[in-house]
Design a protein around this ligand. Sequence first.
Ligand code: HEM
Ligand SMILES: CC(C)=CCC/C(C)=C/CC/C(C)=C/COP(=O)(O)OP(=O)(O)O
Length: 306
Amino acid sequence: MSSTPSVTAAVPTASRWQQFYQLTKPRVVQLIVFCAVIGMALAVPGMPSGAQWISIVAATVGIWLVAGAAAAFNCLIEQQIDAKMKRTAWRATAKGQLSRAQTLSFSALLCGIGSAILWVWVNPLTMWLTFATFVGYAVIYTVILKPMTPQNIVIGGASGAMPPVLGWAALRGEVGPEALILCLIIFLWTPPHFWALALYRVEDYRKSGLPMLPVTHGGEYTRLQIFLYTWILLAATLLPFLTGMSGWIYLASALALGLGFCGYAWKLWRGYSDELARATFRFSIWHLSLLFAALLLDHYLLPSGA
Ligand code: HEM
Ligand SMILES: CC(C)=CCC/C(C)=C/CC/C(C)=C/COP(=O)(O)OP(=O)(O)O
């Protein structure tokens, strides 16, 4: 029996997969997963054993899937908003290429499979913490805080900061103070990360109607906030060294990266340009990636945190 070709069938399979894949915000989620993996590595003294490798692989896949599900759910809720902003108008949800039902099913599927993997091959604590992170980002941040207050990303940043805690819980079955220190670092990193982008995307955010800080309080106030946060962040990044978690490789990296971030924030505060804001945003991503890489290096090269 032949059926009438639908619009969906006319789209080549690869590009349809690509559309779904893009909804998971792959590059953001890659760094999230990287931070979770560092949390796992730090939770084990020395090299992981065979059984621990199974937990590491399962937790990585599970957290990846649930984080991707949260990102896709965000695209579903923000379909109208994304359509108004240049940066996001290309998303398949914003263009109406993927229906609400398709996006919701995709998000539910990823969240379901990811949660099941965490439950069966990792532990229930990690599953519940990861699910709470999903709710924190997809519902509390996206649905409630984002349209409500310019502090949306400060409070909502708590869910983005959870990955090291998830990683630690996956290997230890508990939430340790070490993991909470790493969570605090990402939490304090999020405002300068996001507000640098919001500054050079301010017209997008004005059009969207979202109360982002540069729209509600202006550029100068936002730049001051970025500057202050980079210093508080620098202080927080010293905690792994001060508590004996990490040694001098980490300390030297944290100081160099932290002072670099403060330097960008200072220049941005003193003299604004879109180009500088863009460079500050890009540096924020290098800052977090290299900081967490330094934690890992230090863990394996100086095992006692000497
Ligand atoms: C509430 C918290 C956060 C907010 C509001 C936020 C916001 C954003 C936005 C709007 C972008 C722009 C993407 C684009 O160019 O279109 C972005 C990019 C990015 N964010 Fe965040 N972010 C948050 C937390 C995080 C966290 C926790 C991480 C990782 C641990 C992260 C990693 C990244 C990366 C790697 C990119 C670059 C993506 C690319 O190059 O395509 N973000 N973020
Ligand atoms: C389970 C787990 C680990 C979940 C992680 C949650 C998660 C995906 C956090 C990332 C934060 C993120 C993509 C912010 C983008 O901001 P936005 O949504 O305001 O950006 P947009 O304007 O690009 O949609």
